[in-house]
Design a protein around this ligand. Structure first.
Ligand SMILES: Cc1cc2nc3c(=O)[nH]c(=O)nc-3n(C[C@H](O)[C@H](O)[C@H](O)COP(=O)(O)OP(=O)(O)OC[C@H]3O[C@@H](n4cnc5c(N)ncnc54)[C@H](O)[C@@H]3O)c2cc1C
Length: 543
């Protein structure tokens, strides 16, 4: 049942109380309902879905039923090898294994709850050059949710971002088209939660944990400015996101100062409330300095666009503030962020960098939320884009003297079809060719007249430059949990009654981002096992 404001006084009692309504939180609540337990989700915002609702909801669930049905040669062992090669020993092997088991499981289970997914044909792992990677991909996404079914959704879904979730604007279905990505995932989960009898309270911020005799027995929330205690008989699942919107916490935990809290794409409510409550109880933390990094562009309205597909489209390049190309533009977004930080630390002025393109690129692909072919003048006048008739004038306008020779070299590479300097869409060595499977995936350009689909010359003016800032999709550090989502104290003992998932939990992905869906899938997987654990129904160990 959905309540805009929480409906009770006294001390409402539930079996499982979930804080936050991203995919992990809703999956946790649905798991409780499925086990015949009374479950409540409290949500700080007046809509449900958090950052998950804004996302593309690519889900990286190796060897799940859809991947196997699509004939992909995937297996637990192969994915395990790949995780070892990407995440390494930054997180315990047992956590990586637990993720692999639970991720495939949760997808199969959700299908039985009418939450539907389909295989994302050919979306490769982000490091196709590493052993265990699947070049043809192991990602799925929620099936599109038809507009005509919106009336079935029992509670308001957080509206999507104005500029979309980072997919190319040419695939935008328009306001009457089907909902996809995070919008579809949250809509489907809310319908399933309602069917299972989960209570959903909006506008109800969690403020603290209730602890009795060393056990978490409930939470405190604010309701109309008044504090209310809620009992959680079996446990509390903290699924309240990261602390990306909390500038003080970012500073305290050494999140790179070059990345500002107002450049995150995480929702404003994600201020670390769950993480701080866990820390106050003595929980261990990890990875607090890290984020799910993403190159971003600050639009004239001050909002940040996630630069995703643009970087695969041919004919645009990234240069540092001297005008030198320094990174393969097609590098996956999380690695891109880490490289920006490394470059700055090594004395290269890379934060912000510049995205440079010509009029053809803008007309063909758009950029940073500007739709293809749309007049750039308002964005130029607002200072978001710099425009010039010649490369020399653009170089002078952005104070990047090396830009002219960089573009001369780039154009030669583009015509030859080989990016000798940085290997974009590479021909060449075996490793480069494998890695380029990822650069080439989005297939934005399709066939064009140049030999390498990721390369095209920067040709006729006017020319444009837009700043590339270090943005993020959320923080990735948080409370240390065990294989069943149980929050651990500093001696690695479970804190009775307290569980976490999503960005409230220190990511088992370590510093890595192995493939599309590396954030949301662990949230769902550990939200599911955490509540199974609470219900006492977890009777299997990772293989
Ligand atoms: C444009 C974009 C595209 C993305 N694409 C993908 C993708 O394709 N695949 C992928 O894996 N990841 C993607 N991500 C990242 C991913 O969406 C997030 O990392 C993930 O959804 C975080 O999940 P979460 O449950 O931890 O947090 P959220 O989904 O943000 O949920 C947390 C919820 O907790 C609520 N909350 C916070 N504090 C409180 C409180 N005190 N009381 C009650 N409620 C509270 C918040 O309001 C929010 O609703 C993308 C992100 C963006 C912005």
């Amino acid at each position: 049942m959905f309540y805009q404001d929480c409906p009770m006084s006294g001390t409402p009692e539930y079996d499982v109380v979930v804080v936050g309504s991203g995919a992990g939180g809703l999956v946790g609540a649905l798991t409780a309902a499925d086990a015949g337990l009374r479950a409540l989700v409290v949500e700080k915002a007046d809509t449900f879905g958090g950052t998950t609702a804004l996302s593309g909801a690519g889900l990286w669930a190796p060897a799940n039923l859809h991947v196997l049905a699509a004939g992909q040669p995937d297996s637990f062992e192969l994915a395990r090898e790949y995780l070892r090669n990407t995440v390494g020993d930054r997180t315990p092997q047992s956590m990586q294994d637990a993720f692999l088991v639970a991720a495939a499981d949760v997808i199969a289970w959700l299908e039985t709850k009418s939450v539907r997914f389909s295989y994302m044909t050919g979306y490769p792992d982000y490091r196709p050059d590493l052993a265990g990677a699947l070049l043809t991909g192991r990602a799925i996404t929620p099936k599109v949710f038809p507009h005509k079914r919106l009336g079935e959704v029992p509670a308001p879904v957080r509206p999507k971002l104005a500029m979309g979730h980072g997919g190319p604007p040419i695939t935008d279905p328009g306001p009457e088209g089907p909902e996809w990505g995070g919008q579809s995932l949250i809509a489907q989960l809310l319908i399933a939660c309602e069917a299972g009898g989960v209570d959903l309270w909006a506008s109800t911020p969690f403020t603290d944990l209730v602890v009795e005799d060393g056990r978490v027995t409930g939470i405190r929330v604010l309701h109309d400015g008044e504090e209310l205690a809620i009992t959680a008989r079996l446990g509390v699942l903290l699924a309240s996101g990261g602390f990306e919107r909390n500038e003080a916490m970012r500073k305290e935990h050494s999140v790179a100062p070059a990345a500002r809290a107002d450049w995150t794409l995480g929702v404003p409510e994600n201020t670390g409330d769950g993480i701080r409550a866990g820390m106050a109880l003595g929980a261990a933390t990890d990875l607090l300095e890290d984020c799910w990094w993403a190159p971003g562009f600050v639009r004239p309205d001050g909002e940040v666009s996630f630069l995703l597909w643009e970087r695969a489209a041919p004919g645009g390049i990234v240069v540092d503030r001297n005008g030198e190309r320094w990174i393969n533009e097609g590098t996956d977004y999380n690695t891109f962020g880490h490289r920006m930080l490394e470059a700055e630390a090594n004395g290269r002025p890379a934060i912000p960098s510049w995205w440079v393109m010509d009029q053809h690129f803008v007309d063909e692909y758009g950029f940073g939320g500007l739709r293809p072919g749309v007049d750039t003048t308002p964005w130029v006048e607002a200072g978001a884009l710099v425009r010039a008739d010649t490369i020399e004038e653009l170089a002078a306008a952005i104070g990047a003297p090396a830009l002219v020779s960089t573009i001369e070299r780039w154009n030669r590479s583009a015509l030859a079809g080989v990016d000798e300097e940085l290997g974009r869409g590479a021909e060449g060595s075996h490793e480069r060719q494998l890695l380029s499977v990822f650069h080439r995936y989005p297939g934005i350009a399709g066939p064009h007249e140049h030999p390498n689909p990721c390369l095209a010359p920067i040709g006729d003016g006017p020319f444009y430059a837009g700043q590339v800032v270090l943005a993020d999709l959320g923080t990735k550090g948080g409370l240390v949990c065990d294989e069943s989502g149980h929050v651990l104290d500093k001696e690695r003992r479970p804190l009775p009654g307290l569980y976490a998932c999503g960005n409230t939990m220190a990511s088992m992905m370590g510093h890595a981002y192995p493939g599309p869906g590396a954030c949301i899938t662990p949230a769902m997987a550990f939200g599911h096992v955490a509540v199974q654990n609470m219900a006492g129904s977890l009777d299997r160990a990772p293989a």
